[in-house]
Design a binder for this molecule. Structure first.
Ligand SMILES: NC(=O)c1ccc[n+]([C@@H]2O[C@H](COP(=O)([O-])OP(=O)(O)OC[C@H]3O[C@@H](n4cnc5c(N)ncnc54)[C@H](O)[C@@H]3O)[C@@H](O)[C@H]2O)c1
Length: 491
């Protein structure tokens, strides 16, 4: 019989891969005959470590995942029905939509308020089923939506399904170099009121090459950390020409997307890939570089799979946090030897040539170009059973496995973050678009106001059936600011 932990990992990875759904927070029930008890215990333990909630026999509901262990395999059911394939791109789009109730609720409010009716909204993001749904929700709310996706970040079948539902999509996976830049500029020339960007690539291109196009913009909503850093630099240099809402920084985005979403999707994508060369994260030392929210999530998910994780950080506060989470913290060059090294910094040049030489396997969860200082000329595809394994190369000079040629592993080698995570992120995007259109902030990089973030959280708690405790009724004592400790008892 196979190692129960290996079986557990494979079963949970299969669920995540087949559905693109989140394990953290999911009610899970594991059952098995007596002879499979060890595997059942391993699945339950690993699911719990990944954030799932183990439920009793009588628990029901559409989110309940049933895992019925059968030797080295398992039958999976969701909401009482056997897990069925999602089908073609249209099917994957509909499946994602059905698991995006928070974005649906926010979009309904926007539609009823007429917030985006008639506005031209450009969405520039990795094009997969969740993003397609964001575009469709905005179109349903009355906006005139156009989508752009980078050639490396396009699922052509999803692009076609979106076109068939009436949204123009500029996404040609065959473009590169100048032609690709021209295509991006042509998309910007469509003219927009609001641009929804991810990595601020299109917004920066407009500032560099076509600033006249920015004149009429109401503003930009930016999805991610690595997109906000250059926009802040642009503003500091006095060159930013548009208001920006920092969607990434809202707690309903960073606290879930960067932390749980990236953790699950990057770690499971890595495990899926290295399985082709019979490696598992449990058998390798693992070094996580960067302990921001993404590093926290990646380290936690690797640990849940049984990996021995250490952390390298340049920021003392984040380094201290890592020690309190139980990780060995040190210099990357001391910890990288033979390790699976995962860069979670979003900073170019993080994995230097020296680290590449020391590491056994290198992967990127951050995702800026050049995060690994690659020697492209010495990369060769890994061949298993006579065929090259997609997204898996070996640096022949250094003997290091390089995953996805240093690209953002969950985006290019998998289906991106889990659906429920993007549901929250896109609900936050919708709140940011509403805030931008209604409040019209000036040029600058603005936080999404607390009440808007609170509204997304309250909506999510409501539609996901998370009961909130009742706050005690406020009493006159709450309004009395005087110290109770030093009360003047003689007065
Ligand atoms: N893959 C995805 O789906 C996904 C999702 C969300 C965010 N991201 C990206 O992941 C990256 C990280 O996001 P975050 O929110 O955690 O960012 P962050 O900036 O909060 O954290 C990055 C951390 O890396 C540390 N760091 C930087 N350079 C380092 C070095 N050379 N050695 C050691 N530590 C170093 C920083 O001190 C910081 O603590 C960003 O680029 C972000 O855009 C990816």
């Amino acid at each position: 019989m196979t190692d129960p932990h290996a079986t557990a990992e494979r079963i949970l990875r299969r669920f995540a891969r087949d559905t693109n759904l989140l394990i953290a927070g999911r009610p899970i029930r594991v059952s098995a005959e007596a002879e499979d008890t060890a595997t059942a215990l391993a699945v339950a333990g690993m699911a719990r470590a990944l954030g799932a909630r183990l439920v009793e026999d009588d628990a029901t509901g559409p989110d309940v995942l049933d895992i019925e262990i059968d030797g080295d395999n398992a039958a999976l059911s969701l909401g009482g029905a056997p897990l069925a394939p999602r089908g073609d791109a249209a099917g994957r789009l509909d499946f994602a939509r059905a698991h995006m109730p928070v974005s649906n609720a926010l979009a309904t409010e926007i539609r009823e308020a007429g917030t985006v009716r008639g506005l031209r909204i450009g969405v520039s993001m990795t094009l997969e089923p969740k993003t397609a749904n964001l575009a469709l929700l905005l179109a349903d709310a009355g906006a005139d939506v156009a989508v752009y996706a980078h050639p490396d970040e396009t699922d052509p079948a999803v692009a076609q399904a979106l076109r068939e539902r009436g949204v123009p999509v500029d996404a040609d996976p065959d473009l590169s170099g100048t032609a690709e830049r021209e295509a991006a500029l042509a998309w910007l020339r469509r003219g927009f009121d609001v641009v929804v960007d991810d990595g601020s690539h299109l917004v920066r291109l407009a500032h560099e090459a076509a600033p006249e196009l920015i004149e009429g913009w109401i503003g930009v909503t930016e999805e991610t950390t690595s997109g906000l850093t250059p926009l802040r630099a642009l503003h500091a240099a006095g060159l930013l020409r548009t208001p920006v809402v920092a969607v990434n920084d809202a707690a309903t985005k960073t606290g879930f997307d960067n932390r749980y979403g990236t953790g699950q999707s990057c770690v499971l994508a890595i495990a899926d890939l290295i399985e082709h060369v019979d490696a598992t994260v449990r058998d390798l030392p693992v070094l996580v570089i960067g302990y921001g929210p993404v590093g926290v999530g990646v380290a936690a998910h690797l640990t849940a799979l049984g990996a021995h994780v250490s952390v390298a950080e340049i920021d003392p506060l984040r380094a201290l946090l890592a020690t309190h989470d139980g990780y060995e913290v040190g210099r990357a060059e001391d910890l990288a030897h033979g390790a699976l090294v995962v860069s979670c910094t979003g900073v170019a040049g993080t994995v230097t040539r020296e680290l590449l030489e020391l590491a056994g396997i290198v992967a990127v969860a951050g995702g800026v170009p050049g995060e690994v200082d690659l020697d492209e000329s010495s990369l060769q595809p890994v061949v298993v059973a006579g065929a090259p394994v997609p997204h898996l190369d070996v640096d022949v000079e250094r003997g290091t496995l390089v995953l996805d040629r240093g690209g953002c592993i969950n985006v290019t080698a998998a289906e991106g973050n889990p659906i429920e995570i993007m549901d929250l992120s896109f609900a936050t995007q919708l709140a940011a678009i509403r805030s931008l259109v209604e409040e019209r902030p000036g040029i600058g990089v603005h936080a999404l106001p607390d009440d808007a973030v609170g509204h997304v959280a309250a909506t999510a708690a409501h539609v996901r059936g998370v009961a909130l405790d009742a706050a005690p009724a406020s009493s006159a004592a709450d309004a009395d600011w005087r110290s109770r400790r030093y009360r003047d008892i003689d007065a």
